[in-house]
Design a protein around this ligand. Structure first.
Ligand SMILES: [Zn+2]
Length: 369
């Protein structure tokens, strides 16, 4: 007897401080993560944590200076948390912001390499790129005690990615999750995902994340999005996440600059009308808006798993009640199930040539008794 097919959700969270090197690991990473995961556990749902390994390695390298400065060792706290989360049934996967690689640390500040925003920009050959990815994958597996086979690029910057994707495939990765359909931007992080396969939930890739290659060694599973205009993003929820007192002032000014907001009324109006992808981001949308977006997604084409990847950021987690309300409503909907990206990867890897296996009826996670 088969139950009706379910729509599967994956709750991913990017686990990191701010992209300019500001922020505090306890305040912006470990404490919000603990709160989110405790809430998810009430509903038996796993969270997929995209652990920013490059900043972790720097924290580890500078642990003595950080201990003196902060009164705690941020790398040690991240390490303990990753292992603990996996024991509790959550999933820890690899996230890298290449600007942290070989970054400097002086007078309590990080000097990040903002000229190197993709893994492909770090090395000019396959061997070095593969050694770089392998070292991070193995270090994270050692920390978390689980297989690491899913990847998300920092800042969604996975173009160009010929060397990155080959390195991921050669080191046993199964899923890449950096594409946001419809996203495009210029410097300093140029990328263009407007040509990503329309209507598809996942596709195989070889050397380009936004282009299907049926013989490719990796699966791309994008962060779910729909096209809207910037003014659709102007919600109280999103503004709270981006500009609460929790976010350093300096980072807020930088965000305004990056957005290129014009300081005239016509400039502002044309800015607000720009088409942008609205991501399925549980830190930027209300529970009601998230549920609408999830239910309105058209069914996938035959053969595609009906999966929608959600995103959040530990540093934007300010509202426990909204997160809990969202998960409560998901748990009450019989048409929805929640799984982890690691569990999906296990399913896809065991049937690499066939249609993705149905994950819908699989138990979500096992909570310790
Ligand atoms: Zn990130």
């Amino acid at each position: 007897m088969s139950s009706p097919a379910k729509r599967t959700l994956v709750l991913t969270v990017d686990y990191e401080i701010f992209g300019n090197g500001t922020g505090d690991v306890r305040q912006h990473v470990t404490e919000p993560t603990e709160r989110m995961c405790r809430i998810a556990e009430k509903f038996g749902m796993p969270v997929t944590v995209f652990f920013e390994m490059e900043e972790y390695l720097l924290f580890q390298q500078h642990r003595e200076a950080l201990q003196r400065l902060l009164g705690y060792d941020p790398a040690a706290e991240m390490r303990r948390q990753a292992a603990d989360l996996v024991r509790r049934g959550h999933d820890v996967q690899l996230h890298l912001h290449p600007q942290w690689f070989e970054a400097g640390f002086a007078a309590g500040e990080w000097q990040l390499r903002h000229d190197r925003l993709t893994v492909d920009a770090l090395f000019d050959n396959h061997e070095k790129t593969t050694a770089f990815i392998r070292a991070r994958k193995e270090a994270l597996e050692e920390i978390s005690g689980q297989p690491v086979n899913c990847y998300r690029a920092g800042g969604f910057a996975a173009q160009p990615a010929g060397r990155l994707l080959q390195a991921l495939a050669d080191t046993g990765f199964v899923i890449e999750s950096s594409v946001v359909k419809g996203m495009s931007r210029g410097k300093p992080h140029p990328l263009d995902y407007r040509g990503a396969p329309a209507g598809r939930r996942l596709w195989k890739v070889s050397d380009e994340v936004a282009q299907e290659d049926r013989r490719g060694p990796l699966w791309e599973i994008p962060v779910h999005s729909v096209m809207g205009r910037r003014y659709h993003q102007l919600t109280f929820h999103r503004l709270m996440a981006k500009f609460s007192k929790h976010v350093p002032k300096e980072r807020q000014v930088e965000m305004m600059d990056q957005l290129g907001v014009k300081k005239t009324i016509p400039g502002l109006l044309s800015f607000l009308r720009q088409p942008v992808p609205i991501k399925l981001d549980y830190h930027n949308l209300t529970p009601g808006a998230l549920l609408r977006m999830i239910r309105r997604a058209p069914p996938p084409p035959p053969g595609d798993e009906d999966v929608l990847v959600l995103i959040g950021h530990t540093k934007e987690h300010v509202n426990d009640a909204a997160f809990e309300e969202f998960l409560r409503r998901v748990s009450m909907d019989d048409g929805l199930a929640v799984t982890s990206l690691g569990a999906m990867a296990a399913g896809l890897a065991s049937a690499p040539l066939a249609t993705p296996p149905a994950l819908a009826d699989r138990p979500l996670m096992t909570l310790p008794a």
